[in-house]
Design a binder for this molecule. Structure first.
Ligand SMILES: Nc1nc2c(c(=O)[nH]1)N[C@H]1C(S)=C(S)[C@@H](COP(=O)(O)OP(=O)(O)OC[C@H]3O[C@@H](n4cnc5c(N)ncnc54)[C@H](O)[C@@H]3O)O[C@H]1N2
Ligand code: MOO
Length: 391
């Protein structure tokens, strides 16, 4: 059996979706979504030369004084006339520099007696010290956020400062979630039956990306019920978990086919997550995740969240890869890319001893996944390794 390499599977999953239309939203509704058009500054920031400190605005050439204080400029209340030779004005952080002055003397280095001002310290090193020039941050017309970038708190703040009130993002991507398995019950159900956790996991992984979740609940291991649910769902993406393997009760694949899904691939060279499948029904992308919770987590991270980001206009939809040193030696890898649950401590990644894909407590303790390429040779403590941060 040939298994699809992870990168190829990722590209094929992205190609299954149909990008969704854009809409304009107020900035406070855009967090975590992606800009579907560049955000352009409508004003220059700062819009005038401003003082960066509390002190006195003056002409550098006039130092060390004495100077005469002739007025004041506060943020929002500028000094309206000119500072001439031998003159200074009291100024505060964020206040407009008056015409004629070129430098700010900080108040800690000034001695003042009534209107008389003298230098009391080293003073500014050069003309222009402690002045923020007009346009220091950005100029009208500058691109503040590029198309396809994620809208982080800082990007929303810079857009607001640029005089932008609404931003173009994708409309919410509709993601239908279905868990499958006769053994599963809703969390909180008394008794020993297995609480269903994959929908919660997926919902949480997608939170903050602007998705709209269509909850199909827990579906039983019955071909007719699964087929019916998959045939009638209306979403941009259908995500199922469980029933993806080869057992007699693994009915997701036949049900998806019976519901009119065209299968693109089944089984990836990936651990955990091998039995993942992907396809399309009409315009809806379909991703069938394995039921084991850790496998569902890893495949959601590598395939589902990137697909949502891609449909929502992300230019870089995949989780960012970083590097750490290995905490311990690692054996050679086989043909599947391995994502090992690990803890990052002082820049070193320590893999958990048991890497069973059912073990949620191990996943919950982990802060990163160590990525091991197919057929990677043995690695040693202290070697640099690729990691994905997960907490
Ligand atoms: N003979 C073979 N058996 C298996 C293979 C194989 O290649 N040959 N692959 C194994 C691998 S790898 C995986 S991963 C699993 C995935 O199987 P399924 O997708 O069919 O998952 P299920 O059998 O439905 O469930 C597996 C496990 O996870 C529990 N589960 C399922 N859904 C949930 C949920 N929503 N919340 C919590 N727990 C869930 C389920 O009870 C099972 O214990 O197959 C291997 N088998
Ligand atoms: O792909 Mo499975 O997740 O190795 O147990």
């Amino acid at each position: 059996m040939t298994l699809l390499p992870v990168a190829e599977a990722q590209a094929r999953v992205l190609a299954l979706g149909r990008p969704v239309e854009s809409m304009e939203v107020p900035l406070d509704q855009a967090l975590g979504r992606w800009a579907t058009a560049p955000v352009i500054a409508r004003r220059t920031q700062p819009s005038a030369d401003l003082s960066a400190m509390d002190g006195y605005a003056l002409r550098f050439a006039d130092l060390p004084g004495p100077l005469r204080v002739i007025g004041e400029s506060a943020a929002g209340a500028p000094f309206s006339s000119m500072v001439g030779a031998g003159e200074a004005i009291r100024i505060f952080t964020g206040a407009a520099m008056p015409a004629g002055a070129d430098t700010v003397l900080v108040q800690e280095e000034a001695a003042r007696d009534g209107d008389a001002l003298t230098l009391d310290g080293e003073g500014p090193a050069h003309a222009g010290r402690n002045v923020r020039r007009r346009g220091l941050d950005f100029a009208e017309g500058d691109v503040l956020v590029e198309q396809g970038q994620r809208l982080t708190p800082a990007r929303l703040a810079v857009a607001a400062t640029g005089g932008v009130a609404k931003i173009k993002v994708a409309r919410p991507v509709r993601v239908a979630l279905a868990a499958t398995g006769d053994e599963l019950v809703e969390p909180g159900t008394p008794g020993d039956a297995l609480p269903e956790s994959n929908r919660l996991l997926l919902r949480a992984l997608l939170a903050g990306t602007g998705v709209e979740i269509v909850d199909l609940g827990i579906l039983p291991d019955r071909l007719d019920r699964l087929t019916d649910a998959f045939a009638t769902v209306d979403a941009d993406i259908l995500v199922t978990t469980g029933g993806a393997s080869v057992g007699d009760h693994d009915l997701v694949r036949p049900a998806l086919l019976a519901a009119g899904t065209t299968l693109d691939f089944w089984r990836i060279a990936l651990r955990p997550g091998k039995p993942m499948l992907a396809g399309r029904r009409g315009d809806m992308a379909v991703v069938g995740l394995p039921g084991n919770p850790v496998s569902a987590f890893v495949t959601a991270l590598l395939f589902v969240r990137p697909l949502v980001a891609h449909l929502a206009g992300a230019s870089d939809p995949f989780p960012p890869v970083s590097r750490a040193l290995l905490g311990e030696d690692m054996p050679a890898n086989n043909e599947r890319t391995d994502y090992l649950r690990a803890e990052l401590r002082d820049g070193r990644a320590f893999a958990s001893t048991i890497q069973d894909s059912s073990m949620l407590r191990t996943l919950a303790r982990s802060t990163c996944l160590i990525v091991r390429d197919p057929h990677a040779p043995p690695a040693h403590a202290g070697d640099s390794a690729e990691i994905l941060m997960i907490a």
